[in-house]
Design a binder for this molecule. Structure first.
Ligand code: 13P
Length: 252
């Protein structure tokens, strides 16, 4: 991997105080692996506790609202997650796009607000199985990305893209290495068209059924700069082999 790899866990709607030991375990072990940037995106309710339990470790939120503040009952703003101690947020996860109808324009607004506030931001894109079957995955994801990318990127260094095919999330299915490489190449093209030289600092992560058993193969693909990990991030014993695989990829 050309860049320092980035491996981020997305706990989704899992985790209470009882699971904070997993955060501590990951944070302590990653101190010995400086060649990989590691983060855990925990539920909003756990951010403050996770930050206290693992000083210096990168804790993220899983979403933020697309408005800076206002009458949005139950929602959490960029400033709020930052105040809680998050240094990172995911935006545009397919579970929010698909189940909650979030639009590309909203995802773009979230990313702009987050980056303006200095949060690292992982912006997710990915195609459905139907789109993959029609052979249009590259075009559809490129269009989704173009519409979701922030126009104003004061600091592209804060942005990562996660390519997460919807049909690979939580299913144990993973695209072929050729398909992942082709998609990451296409995403890189879109980033270069939009940001020119600024695109060089943007990492492109793969997400969807990444495990300790397949991480090495995925990290060896040209254009893969890390991973966004769901199920296998919940337990440190499942997550750390993925981080170690990323570190091994740097040395290879
Ligand atoms: P899984 O690793 O459980 O497939 O989830 C991927 C994901 O959605 C991460 O955001």
């Amino acid at each position: 991997m050309a860049k320092r790899p980035f491996v981020a866990g997305n706990w989704k709607m899992h985790g209470t105080r009882a699971e904070l030991g997993q955060v501590t375990h990951v944070s302590i072990e990653t101190e010995t692996i400086p060649e990989v940037l590691v983060a855990l995106c925990v539920p909003a309710t756990l951010i403050t506790r996770a930050v206290s339990a693992s000083p210096g470790f990168l804790i993220g939120a899983q979403d933020v609202h697309h408005e800076a503040k206002g009458a949005f009952t139950g929602s959490v703003s960029v400033k709020m997650v930052k105040d809680a101690g998050a240094k990172l947020t995911i935006v545009g996860h397919s579970e929010r796009r698909e189940m909650l109808g979030e639009t590309d324009a909203q995802v773009r607004a979230k990313a702009e607000l987050a980056i303006d506030e200095g949060l690292k931001t992982i912006l997710c894109v990915g195609e459905s199985d139907k789109v993959r079957e029609t052979g249009q995955a590259l075009n559809v994801v490129a269009q989704q990305l173009e519409a979701s990318l922030p126009d104003r990127v004061t600091a592209p260094i804060h942005l990562s893209i996660a390519y997460e095919p919807i049909w690979a999330i939580g299913t144990g299915k993973v695209p072929s290495t050729g398909d992942i490489g082709a998609m990451h190449g296409r995403i890189r093209q879109v980033l270069e068209q939009r940001y020119g030289d600024g695109a060089a600092s943007i990492r492109i992560l793969y997400g969807g059924s990444v495990k300790g058993s397949n991480a090495k193969e995925i990290f060896a693909i040209d254009g893969v700069d890390g991973a966004l990990v769901g199920g296998a991030s919940l337990e440190a014993d499942d997550f750390m082999p993925i981080v170690h695989a990323a570190a091994a990829g740097v040395k290879a």
